[in-house]
Design a protein around this ligand. Structure first.
Ligand SMILES: Nc1ncnc2c1ncn2[C@@H]1O[C@H](COP(=O)(O)OP(=O)(O)O)[C@@H](O)[C@H]1O
Ligand SMILES: [Mg+2]
Length: 222
C-alpha cells in the first residue's frame, strides 16, 4: 500500500537518510526503532508528506505523492494520513469533541456528521464521559487517546505515530499500545510507529531499525 523508494535526505552536510526502501502492507503494524538522531522522525515526516525527500519516491497505492502540488498534498494528507505525536498537539481552547472533529470539518464533512463519527470514536477510546472536556482537563493518557481519535476521523490509509507513548507512565503506555492492536482488528487500520519501547516493537508485525541513514537489514530478520 505504501512504498518508499530509495529516499535520501540531507540537512546541509549531514546525510540523515542515505537511501531508504520500504513497503508497508494494508493492516500492518510496523515499528521503526533506532538511536536518537538516527532519522526516524525525518523518515516519518517524509512518509507523512510533512517534509520532502532530496531524492526518491513515496507511493500510496498508485499515487506518487512527490508529483502532487502543495495544495493537493495538503488535501491528500488531511484525507489519508493520521498523525499521533509524543505530545498530543491538541488545540487547548477546544473540547475533545471539537479537536476530533477538526480534520473532518477541514475535509468539508457537515458539523452533524463529523460529531456523530467523533462521538463514536471517542466512545471506542473509552472517553464517552470526557467529550466536552478541554485538553488540560484530561490526563496524559486521555489526551493521547483523543489524538488517536482525531487521527482516525477521516478514516486514513495509515496512522503515523512518533513516540506516541514516550511521555506516558507504564500502565497508560501499555493501554495505548493495546489500543493500536484493537484498532487494527476493528477498523483494519494500518500503523507505522516510531518507538523506543521494546515491548511494542516486539508485538508489531515488523520492526525496522534505522542505523547510519540506512535500514539495518540484520535487524529486520532478527
Ligand atoms: N530541520 C532540520 N534541520 C537540520 N537538521 C535536522 C533537522 N531535522 C532533523 N535534523 C537532524 O537530523 C538528524 C535526524 O533527526 P531525527 O529524524 O529527528 O532523528 P530521530 O527521530 O531518529 O531522533 C539529527 O541529527 C537531527 O539533528
Ligand atoms: Mg524523533
Amino acid at each position: 500500500m505504501i512504498r518508499v523508494k530509495e529516499v535520501k535526505k540531507n540537512y546541509g552536510e549531514l546525510q540523515v537518510l542515505k537511501g531508504i526502501t520500504l513497503e508497508v502492507k494494508e493492516n500492518e503494524i510496523i515499528t521503526i526503532v533506532g538511536a536518537s538522531g538516527a532519522g526516524k522522525s525525518t523518515l516519518l515526516h517524509i512518509i507523512g508528506t510533512l517534509d520532502t525527500p532530496d531524492s526518491g519516491e513515496i507511493w500510496f497505492d498508485d499515487i506518487n505523492i512527490s508529483s502532487l502540488s502543495s495544495n493537493k498534498l495538503a488535501t491528500f494528507r488531511n484525507n489519508n494520513i493520521g498523525f499521533v505525536f509524543q505530545f498530543h498537539h491538541l488545540l487547548p481552547e477546544f473540547t475533545a469533541l471539537e479537536n476530533v472533529c477538526m480534520p473532518a470539518w477541514i475535509k468539508g464533512i457537515s458539523k452533524k456528521a463529523a460529531e456523530k463519527k467523533a462521538i463514536e470514536l471517542l466512545e471506542l477510546m473509552g472517553l464517552k464521559e470526557r467529550i466536552f472536556h478541554k485538553p488540560n482537563e484530561l490526563s496524559g493518557g486521555e489526551q493521547q487517546r483523543v489524538s488517536v481519535a482525531r487521527a482516525l476521523i477521516n478514516q486514513p490509509k495509515v496512522i503515523l505515530a512518533d513516540e506516541p507513548s514516550g511521555n506516558l507512565d507504564t500502565q497508560t503506555k501499555n493501554d495505548l499500545h493495546q489500543l493500536f492492536f484493537t484498532l487494527r482488528e476493528e477498523l483494519k487500520q494500518t500503523f507505522i510507529i516510531v518507538t523506543h519501547d521494546n515491548e511494542l516493537a516486539e508485538m508489531a508485525d515488523r520492526k525496522i531499525k534505522l542505523k547510519d541513514g540506512k535500514i539495518d537489514i540484520s535487524y529486520i530478520f532478527a
